[in-house]
Design a protein around this ligand. Structure first.
Ligand code: KIV
Ligand code: ZN
Length: 389
């Protein structure tokens, strides 16, 4: 049977950790509403203990969101947990996400805590959170660089104390997909209560592997993906939820998972995040980049005009985008002819052949020939009396 994957959006929290990104409270509320319409299952609204504004934003998002879970993030510090609980108190579906680092480098140099002390903290603080909130997510930060047996001990402690979701952060984007997948297998084999909790992926993109790792996680037992829109986030960012969702949808022939997002809203929400965050979407970014469905070379345009599936593995309409055929120096006469037809100039092949050298010369000069420039070339043909409009 296929599993339906849950999407957990952390654009408002991990995404806001992008250098220079600072969403206003109104922007956070607007984004949360868009995320809810997009169909995400959970919205991590912020880190309420971080500042008074963060607290207020999480409160505002909690009041605005109706269907999705609203999550407050907290370190394993009582005042953080109290702030996260208070800020999400009005949420229809309140969730608290607590985390503590478990890897040797974080234990020894950042936390200066022993393994036993960390386990004790997990037991105490997960139990404290659980005594006040039903749904508690536990993240062993830097899980992928943690000794596997100690990771199991930390997670066992969290589950025994009441955690309902276990998130496995590849905090520094270090793992290879096969390693991340094998880690879920290892956890499955060593954690008795594996089937009693939800397993979530949280993958960073330091080596450009965030999407591959998230998909490896779900192929090996995770049923939730944590990520952001446009992949914004700390350093090189997080997995882009749109990329993960569209991969699962396009490759449903191969993947054992289904999705229930309103993908037609993908392009719109990507642009909204681009606008608010001021982090430009790269032209060649998968799915939502402005070149993602643009075909410029003659061979591609010819194939595309004969059958879009020659060069498109998904229809742009599926993600609320449209295809384009910019006319440049590599474009061929088939695309020029099709564009002219679209502009109202249906020309016999001899006229296209006659006009084409002038088109090429112009394209070399201007890179992309505009509609107006193409019309001017067609009018010139008309003026020479060899073509009928
Ligand atoms: O990357 C990370 O480890 C995190 C945790 C807070 C889950 O963002
Ligand atoms: Zn993160």
């Amino acid at each position: 049977m296929k599993n339906q994957i849950r999407f957990y959006d952390t654009t408002l929290r991990d995404g806001e950790q992008t250098i220079g990104v600072n969403f206003s409270i109104d922007e956070k509320v607007a984004l949360a509403k868009s995320l809810e319409n997009f169909g995400v299952d959970a919205i991590e609204a912020g880190f309420p203990a971080a500042s008074a504004e963060d607290f207020e934003a999480v409160e505002a998002v909690s009041e605005a969101v109706q269907e999705a879970e609203v999550v407050g993030l907290a370190r394993m510090v009582k005042k953080d947990i109290d702030a996260a609980i208070a800020a999400t108190n009005k949420a229809k579906h309140q969730v608290i996400h607590v985390f503590i680092a478990t890897s040797p480098i974080h234990r020894e140099t950042k936390l200066k805590m022993t393994k036993a002390e960390i386990i004790e903290k997990i037991q105490e603080d997960v139990a404290y959170t659980k005594s006040r909130v039903d749904k508690v997510i536990f993240s062993p930060e830097d899980a992928t660089r943690t000794e596997p047996d100690y990771l199991v001990a930390s997670i066992d402690a969290a589950i025994a104390a009441g955690a309902t979701t276990i998130n496995i952060p590849d905090t520094v984007g270090y793992d290879l997909p096969e390693e991340y997948g094998e880690l879920f297998d290892y956890l499955h084999d060593h954690i008795q209560a594996f089937d009693q909790v939800t397993w979530s992926t949280h993958t960073h993109n330091d080596l450009g592997l965030a999407n591959a790792n998230a998909l490896a996680g779900v192929a090996h037992g995770a049923t939730e993906i944590q990520g952001t829109i446009n992949g914004i986030g700390e350093r090189a960012g997080n997995v882009d939820l749109i990329e993960a969702a569209v991969t699962l949808q396009v490759r449903r022939d191969h993947c054992q998972q289904t999705i229930a997002l309103n993908l037609q809203q993908a392009t719109k929400i990507a642009h909204q995040v681009e606008n608010y965050s001021k982090v430009k979407i790269a032209a060649n970014k998968a799915i939502v980049g402005r070149n993602a469905f643009a075909h410029e070379s003659g061979i591609h345009q010819d194939g595309y005009l004969k059958n879009p599936a020659t060069y498109e593995i998904l229809s742009p309409a599926m993600v609320g985008a449209s295809a384009s055929m910019p006319l440049g120096k590599l474009s061929g006469s088939h695309a020029v002819s099709a564009k002219l037809k679209e502009l109202g100039y249906e020309m016999p092949i001899e006229n296209i052949a006659h006009l084409f050298p002038a088109f090429k010369t112009l394209a070399e000069k201007v890179s992309i020939v505009s509609d107006d420039q193409l019309i001017a070339l067609a009018e010139q043909e008309l003026a020479e009396g060899v073509v009928a409009k």
